[in-house]
Design a protein around this ligand. Structure first.
Ligand SMILES: Nc1nc2c(ncn2[C@@H]2O[C@H](COP(=O)(O)OP(=O)(O)O)[C@@H](O)[C@H]2O)c(=O)[nH]1
Ligand SMILES: [Mg+2]
Length: 310
């Protein structure tokens, strides 16, 4: 958990060594909580076999509207259910990296949800921080741990993008997990269906290609997902926006935008599923979907959260 844009999804992808969660420079890219299962050996533990179930969550946020409420609930539910709360802070953000940030009103529910749960703090993006700033920052977090009765608080500096410190972080978390039988089948990597992962990858491309022009309430619905003979995949997906003007932005002049989107998304999908992919992208207008529960269901949020295929 953590503020938007600190690198939570990047970290999940790095640990699992695959692009499970959408990543972008824009805040609020992650909307659903996503489970990623990582299995490893930590030799200092007895037994050394570890199954870590990471739950990536949308960032801490206030704000109105059904989509924001949904995102907030996703993060809070995950926080309530976890064995260890991994708080990711952006060490290169002077205001966001300090524990004081958790005293802001938007963090109150989250702090409540993790009361009594061991906390591990990952200070991310240390590649962008001057070394001398790091030690005092770690000290500040350790003192916060003492002041809030969470001592000893583990603080691990990492660079999720490059992978620095990530092994140590994994071992630190593993040491705080309860011993027990594995919770998931050995070949299971996520609780999300392939359709969901495909939709997230397409949405990630939307963020990359449209940048600031992308409307906040853009969603992707994967409507068809078929395996063809020879092992190819045929995927049909709707990009849902709220207004005709937004549809025009996504399509672009002479259809150039959506064509480029399709090319990039198809490549990313082929990489994820490791097979050739045929992708059919189209744009759909569902007026005001992000403001009401009914709209969210239309765009697939309720179905997805039940974890199943549509
Ligand atoms: N320099 C640097 N950037 C990072 C690092 N980890 C993540 N980022 C960038 O931070 C931005 C937000 O990442 P994302 O994983 O979507 O953050 P989330 O909102 O917390 O899930 C992206 O542009 C990432 O490339 C890191 O270790 N170093
Ligand atoms: Mg994210």
């Amino acid at each position: 958990m953590g503020l938007p844009n600190v690198g939570k999804s990047t970290l999940l992808n790095r640990i699992l060594d695959r692009r499970l969660a959408a990543v972008s420079p824009r805040p609020q890219t992650t909307r659903n909580r996503i489970l990623g299962i990582h299995r490893t050996q930590v030799d200092t533990l007895e037994p050394p076999g570890v199954e870590l179930c990471f739950v990536d969550t949308p960032g801490i946020q206030l704000g109105k509207g059904a989509l924001r409420r949904f995102m907030r609930d996703q993060a809070l539910e995950a926080a309530t259910e976890c064995d260890v709360a991994l708080y990711v802070a952006d060490a290169s953000d002077p205001r966001g990296r300090v524990p004081d940030r958790l005293a802001q009103p938007d963090a109150a529910d989250l702090l409540g949800a993790i009361a009594g749960i061991p906390v591990v703090v990952a200070l991310n993006k240390v590649d962008r921080v001057n070394k001398p700033e790091l030690l005092p920052l770690i000290e500040t977090w350790v003192r916060w741990g003492e002041a809030t009765g969470r001592a000893p608080l583990e603080v691990v500096p990492i660079a999720a993008l490059a992978g620095d410190g990530v092994g140590r972080l994994v071992a630190t978390i593993a040491a705080r997990l309860p011993v027990g039988p594995a919770m998931f089948p050995a070949d299971m990597v996520t609780d999300r269906a392939e359709e969901f992962l495909a939709g997230e990858l397409i949405r990630e491309q939307l963020y990359h290609q449209l940048g600031k022009e992308l409307p906040y309430a853009a969603a992707v619905i994967v409507e068809t997902f078929e395996e063809r003979d020879r092992g190819d995949l045929a995927i049909g997906a709707a990009i849902v926006v709220e207004r005709d003007s937004q549809k025009a932005i996504v399509i672009g002049k002479g259809g150039q935008r959506i064509k480029q989107l399709g090319i990039a998304a198809r490549q990313a999908l082929a990489e994820l599923f490791r097979c050739p992919v045929h992708l059919n992208l189209f744009v759909k207008v569902v007026p005001d979907w992000s403001n009401a529960e009914a709209g969210l269901r239309k765009v697939g949020f309720a179905d997805l959260d039940a974890g199943g295929r549509k």
